[in-house]
Design a protein around this ligand. Sequence first.
Ligand SMILES: NC(=O)c1ccc[n+]([C@@H]2O[C@H](COP(=O)([O-])OP(=O)(O)OC[C@H]3O[C@@H](n4cnc5c(N)ncnc54)[C@H](O)[C@@H]3O)[C@@H](O)[C@H]2O)c1
Length: 295
Amino acid sequence: MMLTSKPVKGEEAHALGLVDAVVSPNELVSTARQWALDILECRRPWIASLYKTEKLDSLGEAREIFKFARAQAQKRAPNLTHPIVCIDVVEHGIVSGPRNGLYKELESFQELVRSDTCKSLIHIFFAQRGTTKVPGITDLGLVPRRVKKVAVLGGGLMGSGIATALVLSNYPVILKEVNNQFLQAGIGRVKANLQSRVKKGRMTQEKFEKTMSLLKGALDYESFKDMDLVIEAVIENVSLKQQIFSDLEKYCPPHCILASNTSTIDLNLIGKQTKSQDRIIGAHFFSVPSRHLLK
Ligand SMILES: NC(=O)c1ccc[n+]([C@@H]2O[C@H](COP(=O)([O-])OP(=O)(O)OC[C@H]3O[C@@H](n4cnc5c(N)ncnc54)[C@H](O)[C@@H]3O)[C@@H](O)[C@H]2O)c1
């Protein structure tokens, strides 16, 4: 849990011994006050884990476990420091005793909390939550329209990565290409992206098949009539993109968001020949190890 930063809900955290009690908001202050008094009067331990008595059979065995955990953490996230720090802290607690382990945790936490990684993760956390607040919509109690179906144009490097990210997020996706050979190559790239997750043990074969079944190929715009979002990722060519957006305007429903993954072309230029400037957007994706993220 520490190594993957997996969040847990209150009840589960309680069952795992991570939190002392789960109470309703009304009982919070009175329960906390009672716990504080109990600790002061030695009716409860200050930190329960300090008094745990279970022991590993040998330090040698523990070191082997730490060695394995470090190797796993480094393989999983080679650029992250904090999983390794977590392991160092737990090791320190086992070697030097729980009290020393807690001091080491405090010291390491204070260092990590000032790191650029921590600041960036906090920024992402609030930025993600910020996207659920849309001025003029959510503040008026309105619910943003749901995107149910997505089409991706172009199954090259970007298009196949974008389609992968979408099916992984459970969106049914139509991938359109210029001919069957390029279409099969695009679908093949999505398949390879997902298969690499299966190989790494991050996806079951069953989930792979289910995820893959969300992807359909197309060579025309026939199936675009009920799309909610189209993401264009064809080669970087102005007149081709202009033609495509004119076609999209014809084949997609009026509510459909028309997005371009262009790296350099002005969106106003791409939409010049359409009357849909109010629904043409830029959608940019990062390629990070084994997943693409919408920016
Ligand atoms: N490669 C990158 O790192 C990167 C990063 C950000 C943005 N982009 C942008 O993403 C877009 C795609 O880049 P890429 O690297 O994936 O290109 P790519 O050459 O790998 O793939 C483009 C695909 O589009 C297909 N295509 C061409 N015309 C089409 C049409 N009318 N309908 C459907 N498919 C069509 C081609 O057959 C090809 O498979 C470009 O606009 C590029 O600037 C690329």
